[in-house]
Design a protein around this ligand. Structure first.
Ligand SMILES: [Zn+2]
Ligand SMILES: [Zn+2]
Length: 136
């Protein structure tokens, strides 16, 4: 199977469905969570969902959280900064932020190490502010 490079075509109906499902969830979701969610819309085949996710990632509309093997809708536009996610262990909320300082630091390291950097995704784990407030 070859991945055809149809550039800049508008999102198709399935891609839009996947994106809106992710936006509605507002938290990281696995492909299977999405399939579950989209069953009623007639999207049942995992390859369809993976293909849609791949496209959305390419477009910068969705990010993949590698360690969770989950996907999250992106609500910002990105400039040059490294993208970081703070994931709450308790409620599963994800705060996304971008840092040019971080990407500067990492870029410096990569340059010195002769490492050709493709992309940077940082994942921070801990407790979000509202979960920290509730003491157990
Ligand atoms: Zn983003
Ligand atoms: Zn939390």
């Amino acid at each position: 199977m070859t991945a055809r490079n149809d550039e800049r075509r508008p999102l198709n109906a399935k891609e839009k469905l996947v994106l809106s499902a992710l936006l509605k969830l507002g938290r990281p979701a696995s492909a299977y969570d999405l399939i579950d969610d989209l069953k009623s819309e007639g999207v049942k085949a995992p390859p369809t969902v993976y293909r849609a996710l791949g496209r959305l990632i390419d477009e910068g509309l969705v990010h993949r959280l590698e360690s969770l093997n989950a996907f999250v809708a992106c609500t910002h536009t990105h400039s040059q900064g490294a993208v970081a996610f703070a994931v709450c262990d308790d409620c599963g909320s994800v705060a996304e932020f971008e840092s040019e300082q971080l990407s500067g630091m990492l870029g410096d390291w990569a340059y010195k190490a002769g490492f050709s950097l493709r992309r940077t995704t940082l994942e921070l784990y801990g407790r979000c502010s509202s979960c920290s407030r509730v003491s157990t």
